[in-house]
Design a protein around this ligand. Sequence first.
Ligand code: C2E
Ligand code: CA
Ligand code: CA
Ligand code: CA
Length: 279
Amino acid sequence: AKTLGRNTYSFFTKAMNTQMLRRFKVEEQLHGALEREEFTLHYQPQIEVKTGKIIGAEALLRWHNPALGQVTPDEFIPIAEHSGLIVAIGKYVFNQALSFLKTWQSHTEKPYTMAINLSPRQFRDTELLNLLQDSLNKLNIDAQQIELEITEGLLLGDQTHIQQALQTINDLGFTLAMDDFGTGYSSLNYLRKYPFKTLKIDRSFIQGIALNTSDYNLVKATIAMSHSLDLTVIAEGVETQQQLAILSKLGCNTVQGYYFSKPILAAQLLELSTQQSAE
Ligand code: C2E
Ligand code: CA
Ligand code: CA
Ligand code: CA
């Protein structure tokens, strides 16, 4: 039993070490990644269900590092968050996404919106909001056209501070979206308490709508509830025609997913929306 115990121990230690080593390497490379210009933004179009037209996009970060290769945001964002690097990275995201939005709007003369993900650490940094406001002024973009996506995880913590921060964001005119709706604990309470305008139904529910009645019913109820609260609904991760047909029937406002487009480069999005306007 003793030997087994020791083996089990060493098994876990090894697994843990591998995991910690990876984390360490990622964090090590993350320092200086901005300076080395290893980040790019991709944009995933958001489509209005009623018209089938692109009305905006979500900015999604990509990181390619020479030593690690392509690292997914699901891996590096939490590490950037933990180490505080997310603040500088977030600035980069804002700058890139807003300057692209400006180009996009002026080339097409359409009031496209840009959705930007905000993680908890960034949210606590008030300087970032000032920065966002400054660049809006400089670029002459309407704050309403910027949708800040936050998850429930961000809302855990000091409620007074959170209340104030969300109020500030709202007062500045930004649109607040609740991301990944349905995956956390007390989303309903947050919808009641805070000034959200948009609700994004998590991909995991959309995946099942054509396959099982419980996902279908949950999505149906979520859309109905959102509309009764005057919230716009975005379905994430729409991959099939069938899912789109169901969402359309249920009155979902906006869809986003591989069925229309993966996240793409700015130039590709420009081309896609120019094509669409010409139709
Ligand atoms: P998210 O905000 O929920 O973003 C949606 C994710 O779903 C993206 O993954 C997107 O590429 C993927 N997706 C979109 N449509 C489909 C589909 O039809 N099928 C499938 N299977 N997936 C789809 P991505 O780009 O890997 O980003 C993962 C997460 O990383 C994001 O989840 C977000 O939480 C975070 N993230 C990405 N960029 C940023 C950023 O600039 N700042 C912050 N704070 N977080 C970011
Ligand atoms: Ca998002
Ligand atoms: Ca999401
Ligand atoms: Ca997510």
